[in-house]
Every structure is written in C-alpha cells, then in structure tokens.
Design a protein around this ligand. Structure first.
Ligand code: IMP
Ligand code: MG
Length: 173
C-alpha cells in the first residue's frame, strides 16, 4: 500500500523549538566545564546537529547506537550493538534523544550512566508521546508533546526511510 505523510511540525516550527531548547541549555551550562553531549543514534542525528550549533559552551560529542524498533514497529526489545562506551566519569552528561515513546531506551541509557561517576545527568528529547506510560522519566529539556502516532522525518525513520525530511510528519498507510 502507498505510504503518505501529513506534516505535524514544519521546518520553521522545529527550528524555533530547537533554538528555544538550546538557549535553556546554554543558560544552565555556560558556567560549567567538562560537558559531554551524548547523541542516541540513529534517530537523533539531525536534532543533535541543529541543537549543538546553538551552544555557546565547550563540549565533547559522543554517540551511542541503541534502538527498540524493528522495521517501523515497536519490538519492545532493545538492540544495543557492541560498541565502545564513552568515558562518563567527571563529566556533565546531556543525553540527546529524538523521541520518547515507552521510555525504555532512555531508561536503559540513564542506568548505564547513573553509576559511571558522571557529575550530572540530564536529557533533552525533541518529541514526547504523552499518552504513553513514560511519565516517571525526568526530561529537563523537552520539545513537543505529541499523541501516540507514528512519526517520521527530521532524523526519524520508518523501516530506515524518511530520515532526511526537514519536517516532522505522521506516517499513514
Ligand atoms: P522508546 O524506547 O519506546 O521510548 O523508543 C524510543 C526510540 O524508538 C526512539 O529513540 C526512536 O528512535 C524510536 N521511536 C519511537 N517512536 C517513534 C516514532 O513514532 N517514529 C520513529 N521512531 C520512533
Ligand atoms: Mg532513537
């Protein structure tokens, strides 16, 4: 069947929100050193690229690959490929996530870092599915709240496609 996409957040709306979030992070981190931005691949790559260009503090950038979706459908199981873990000790860590659905991915990463000797740990997520049971996660720098719909674009994919769209849309079949 043919897939179609209806735009939910256009390019300008996203860029304004990303800048707003970055300004809040700037205020909180301008006087800190040893900051580590941790981008969660692959979906966060576009958000990360736009967000960090607004930062006015010095930071290191690292990536972790983790996913809970297989071919567009939630599997519930996290896939965490073998990879070198960044050094979190003595760093102020900010996790950059594209979208929070069940919250399992973020909870997994937070647990990885919690006992690593990090100086602090906060998170930004561009999109949060509010209807899902993810309310216990603390996301200090949230973007948009959305309903429980399947989203593509601005880094997010369906079966590996649509990451390049400059807008965020709902995928219909
Ligand atoms: P969670 O672990 O259920 O919170 O899922 C989080 C991860 O699944 C995100 O980092 C996304 O990469 C992916 N994901 C969740 N919802 C969507 C969606 O609507 N479209 C595309 N990817 C999604
Ligand atoms: Mg992701």
């Amino acid at each position: 069947m043919k897939e179609s996409i209806s735009i939910i957040f256009d390019e300008n709306t996203i860029q304004r929100k990303v800048k707003d979030i970055a300004l809040k992070i700037n205020q909180d981190y301008i006087s800190k050193s040893d900051i580590l931005i941790l981008s969660i691949l692959k979906g966060s790559i576009v958000y990360t690229a736009d967000l960090i260009r607004h930062f006015n503090f010095k930071f290191e950038l690292e990536f972790l690959e983790i996913s809970s979706y297989k071919n567009g459908k939630t599997s519930g199981d996290l896939s965490f490929p073998d990879q070198r873990l960044p050094e979190f000790a003595n760093k102020h860590v900010i996790i950059v996530e594209d979208i929070i659905d069940t919250g399992k991915t973020l909870a997994y990463i937070q647990n990885l870092i919690r006992h690593s000797g990090a100086l602090s740990l906060e998170c930004t997520a561009l999109l949060i599915k509010l209807e899902k049971d993810n309310g216990s996660l603390h996301i200090k720098y949230p973007g948009f709240n959305i309903n429980d719909i399947f989203i593509v674009g601005y880094g997010m994919d369906y079966a590996g496609k649509y990451r390049n769209l400059p807008y965020i849309g709902a995928l219909k079949h």
